[in-house]
Design a protein. Structure first.
Length: 402
């Protein structure tokens, strides 16, 4: 019988408000308290490792953009993963295959082919551990294991219907397959071992914010007797993010304040950390840019319908406290803050204990676009001047001159 682990509901402490505004220019140790129930509360009053942007840097090491018609040509890419050696794996939608590139960005091979048989893939999420590539296909309810050279290992039945950009193989070697789990169809993860067997099931933490307050743009497409619909959350409204760190801990945060809860896998202890983040007004120019970026970023069949039904006036009057968040393979948290340069004007980094290390200059406004992180590398999707897909790879430099 599969065991089920329930997350604690301690994340309600996210309602603790961050104090102050703006970035501090001096190093300040955080104020750490232990709250009732043993919860550690970390309140950052400024950076703890470096000031301004004088610390870590992301330096580009590759721009993957093979010529049209070449074996490595990039089609529509749905997911990216980074290998331990810096290799880049890109999941192409049509025809379905995985493009493999070396640490220097050079094309190596394609692995997997479109289909439903052994070693064949249709679509889904992508993760890599060692020399094993794992594909979670929520439509096909299956988990496919391949060697990095393309050799088929196995396929097992997995979860249904959930797509996420944070498909994780954690530091213990457990694959977190998101989907509908439990007898009531609750959201959660089935945790698979690397041999394809099931370890247990984790239920997603409930939201501390009412879903009824979330506003959507809804569009419907009809073709003869067939119809399909899509609900898109209106950009910039407060929204709850739930995602996993590389160490398997869950992170919950809401964009209305720079505050996060770290939840262990059913453990009694938890940690809440926060920092100051000013709420900035959204100018008309910024509103136009956010609206256009949101619409153009959708799949082509939905764009024209969205342009007819979506309204710029639906956007909030101010930026959220933060706009994107991601965890690298060292379980550090990277968070973007908005401002005059758009959604990603600043990027701040928290360590695993919730200490604010400092700011890192964002290398691109697309740095959270299908992003993949290792301990010292970041890869994401971008476009060149002609609108062709580019995978940009950056190395994290933590010491000057290194």
């Amino acid at each position: 019988m599969r065991s089920v682990v329930r997350w604690p509901t301690l994340f309600i402490l996210l309602t603790l408000a961050a104090c102050g505004s703006g970035a501090d220019t001096t190093l300040n140790p955080p104020k750490i308290d232990t709250l009732p129930g043993g919860i550690v509360h970390v309140r950052n009053t400024g950076p703890t490792a470096w000031t301004d942007t004088n610390g870590w840097k992301l330096v580009q090491v590759a721009a993957i953009n093979p010529p049209d018609g070449s074996p490595g040509e990039l089609g529509a890419i749905d997911a990216i993963a980074l290998g331990d050696d810096g290799s880049v794996y890109a999941f192409q939608r049509a025809p379905a295959t995985i493009k493999v590139f070396g640490p220097d960005g050079s094309y190596v091979r394609n692995i997997g082919r479109e289909g439903d048989g052994p070693g064949e893939i249709r679509g889904g999420m992508l993760a890599v551990r060692g020399d094993t590539v794992v594909v979670q296909d929520p439509n096909g309810h299956r988990l496919t294991f391949l060697k990095a050279d393309g050799t088929f290992i196995r396929t097992v039945q997995s979860t249904c219907c959930y797509w996420t950009t944070t498909f994780v193989i954690d530091s213990a070697g457990l694959i977190w397959s998101p989907g509908s789990v439990g007898g009531k169809g609750e959201g959660g993860w089935i945790r698979f071992r690397m041999d394809g067997t099931i370890r247990d099931t984790i239920l997603m933490p409930p939201s501390a914010y009412s879903s009824s307050s979330v506003k959507f743009w809804t569009v419907e497409l009809k073709s003869g007797s067939n119809s399909s619909s899509m609900m898109m959350g209106i950009p910039l409204q407060p929204s709850t993010w739930r995602f996993l760190r590389a160490d398997g801990a869950g992170v919950v945060g809401n964009t209305d304040r720079l505050s996060f809860a770290v939840l262990g896998n059913g453990k009694d202890s938890s940690r809440v950390f926060e920092a100051a983040a000013p709420r900035l007004p959204l100018s008309d120019t910024e509103r136009d840019s956010v609206f256009e970026t949101s619409i153009s970023g959708q799949q082509e069949q939905w764009r024209s319908a969205l342009r007819k039904s979506a309204k710029k006036a639906d956007l909030p009057a101010e930026w959220p406290a933060w706009t994107h968040a991601a965890s690298d393979q060292s379980a550090r948290l990277w968070v973007s803050l908005p401002g005059k340069r758009g959604e990603i004007t600043r990027v701040v980094v928290f360590d695993t204990d919730g200490r604010l290390l400092g700011d890192v200059p964002p290398p691109s406004p697309k740095m959270f676009n299908h992003d993949a992180w290792s301990r010292d590398r970041l890869a994401f999707l971008d476009e060149d001047g002609e609108g062709r897909t580019v995978i940009r790879v950056f190395r994290l430099v933590t010491k000057p001159g290194k």
